[in-house]
Design a protein around this ligand. Structure first.
Ligand SMILES: [Zn+2]
Length: 200
């Protein structure tokens, strides 16, 4: 007779397999690890998961993940409010912040245009970007989407929408390799690609 896993363990494994990149094997390894860990550690993990859902929201200006709204970057009056860097995700913002070379504000699209995956402009924070620009303070928009086919298409699309508003639209330089991923690019290359940006 085959012995089945106790139901709570199966449930934990089932929940873990919903995480990206976690298959059945990894999930059961993680479940066993959690099972063997102290009650304190297990509670810490459970609490951290709940806390991130309860406390983290999107900044109503730039759509970065934040505990306070507006986020600390949008609230920072030392930053240059005339330049907005558009990125596809919060990880890209973190990568750019790590370079310490950019002092403007950000706008997070939460994705890139990808018709094949059914992602259109309405699925991204495009209209919110345009309304920020219509307030008139912004002089330049740097499009720092990944140098992928989708990233380039998104940059072109944004450029067409933004140019008529009289705002300069620039694209980060090609020091970033085609098909590359912003968050994995070294800080020097990323700083250079910001410095050498060009109008699109
Ligand atoms: Zn913000």
């Amino acid at each position: 007779m085959a012995t089945e896993r106790a139901q709570p363990i199966s449930r934990l494994i089932q929940e873990l397999t919903k995480l990206p990149g976690v298959g059945e094997k990894t999930a059961s390894r993680l479940a066993m690890y959690i099972l063997r860990s102290s009650r304190e550690d297990a509670e810490g993990l459970a609490r951290a998961i709940l806390e991130v859902k309860e406390k983290i929201r999107l900044c109503s200006l730039c759509f970065n993940l934040t505990e306070q709204d507006p986020c600390p970057i949008c609230q920072d009056t030392r930053r240059n409010a005339e330049v907005i860097c558009v990125v596809s995700g919060p990880e890209d913002l973190l990568a750019l912040e790590k370079t310490g070379g950019f002092h403007g504000l950000y706008h997070i699209l939460h994705g890139v245009l990808s018709p094949l995956d059914g992602v259109g402009p309405k699925d991204l924070r495009v209209s919110e970007l345009l309304s920020r620009l219509q307030k008139g303070k912004i002089r330049e928009v740097i499009v720092a989407t990944n140098p992928s086919v989708e990233g380039e298409a998104t940059a072109q699309y944004l450029s067409q929408l933004i140019k008529p508003l009289g705002v300069l639209v620039t694209r980060i330089a090609r020091g970033v390799p085609m098909g590359g991923d912003l968050q994995y690019i070294d800080e020097v290359t990323l700083t250079k690609s910001l410095e050498n940006r060009s109008p699109i």
